[in-house]
Design a protein around this ligand. Sequence first.
Ligand code: SF4
Length: 330
Amino acid sequence: MKVLFTGIQPTGLLHIGNYYGAIRNWLDLQYKYDSYISVVDLHAITIEYDPKDMRDNSFELALGLFACGLDLKKTKLFIQSEVPGHAELTWIFNTITPLGELERMTQFKDKAKQHRKNVNVGLLDYPVLQAADILIYKGEIVPVGEDQVQHVEFTREVARRFNARYGDTFPECQAELTATPRVMGIDGDSKMSKSKGNFIGILESREDIWEKLAPAPTDPARVKRSDPGTPEKCNIYSYHQLATPEPELTEYVAEGCRTAGIGCLDCKRKLLENLMKVLDPIQERYATLSTKKGEVRDILDRNADVCRKVSGQTILEVKERMGLTPIWKI
Ligand code: SF4
């Protein structure tokens, strides 16, 4: 079975952008590949953050991911900083990475603009840590959105460079693009994100979600109830396409929009109904898991143990090849 690696930052909550943009895809892939899924807290500390929230945020995210349907027994969900090999391999990869390549990364340029007062080395080195995350488990499959494809390419380059210099060690991974690469925020202006406040949280109540949906912008052509609209120009319709699995129901909404057969509020109510069919079971599982936090913590501990063993083997192999002293010989 090929190895899959992917990561998600502990930002404090999961929203439907995370769910439809990434997590739903992982739920299928976890049975196809030997899956390592990491709460990447070492990545999260490259920008300003509050240390007192970090540990709770990481645990809550893990809880949320299990509630979404990650297999508690099969998928190795773990917290990145609990596996020291990631940082160790990053340093090793730093020594074979040209600085210019990192400076050219689109995400670095964007983040450097966004966080002008904190352009730290970690921000620049982010793709190297990502390469280490993947390659330490000899990952071959990396489910990502389009904005991360450049980093997967970079990881392939790191593997090639290492293999050329020290001998064949790492596979060349490939990006597995999600079917929904970009979920727009409820404002319809930019990608859904916690920092922009334009999200629908997966644990939000029906009433709270409705408060966000009801005033959300739609196709501006639908000024009056009798004005026909173009669903493809409406962000609400894009949510229908995600949340309504039955094509005939999506078509019913599209047709109703084009002919002014349904009003925008009816359309949004239908969306809420379909969205809650997905979110209700997640919220129920979350409530159950929240009463068993000790068990969830034990699972994360066991997963971290497995990850330390697997990554430790890779570090040993790397050190042998590089002429460094493996720790067990000291
Ligand atoms: S009917 Fe639905 S798809 Fe059409 S504009 Fe209104 S909310 Fe959007």
